[in-house]
Design a protein around this ligand. Structure first.
Ligand code: HEC
Length: 105
């Protein structure tokens, strides 16, 4: 059911998506502080894929954290490769990953 709801929200992006894509204030500040906002937006493709598209891949938290430090560009054909971001604190990456996992449920 949750999965169905998520797909529906993705299909009817726009108004319906709003509830799903509100970013908690703490996550917003982490995304800003760590520079993720330069390339990722919640529901639109920019330099990098939209957060909801990443969430749709249903990665585990650990996998998401790993991907911040060691991106796998082959997962996203058609995008420029993301550079590894070793400067991101583990705790920050973990909180961002928690949020992405939650969004994908
Ligand atoms: C300079 C642009 C840029 C910045 C800054 C950036 N990303 Fe990315 N990101 C990308 C691109 C491009 C991709 C898709 C290609 C790739 O994975 O290499 C991507 C992919 C990802 C993925 C999906 C990886 C996969 O294999 O499915 C995650 C998760 C991610 N980024 C998280 C982050 C987080 C968290 C931050 C901030 C700490 C961040 N990114 C900062 C450009 C960026």
């Amino acid at each position: 059911m949750k999965k169905l709801l998520f797909s529906t929200l993705v299909l009817f992006s726009g108004l319906a998506l709003h509830a799903q894509t509100v970013i908690p204030a703490e996550v917003t500040s982490l995304l800003e502080k760590n520079g993720c906002v330069a390339c990722h937006k919640v529901d639109k493709k920019m330099v990098g894929p939209a957060w909801i598209d990443i969430a749709a891949k249903k990665y585990s938290k650990k996998k998401l954290v790993d991907l911040v430090y060691k991106p796998v560009p082959e997962n996203w054909p058609g995008y420029v490769p993301m550079q590894p971001m070793p400067q991101v604190p583990k705790a920050d990456a973990g909180k961002i990953a928690d949020w992405i996992v939650k969004m994908g449920k």
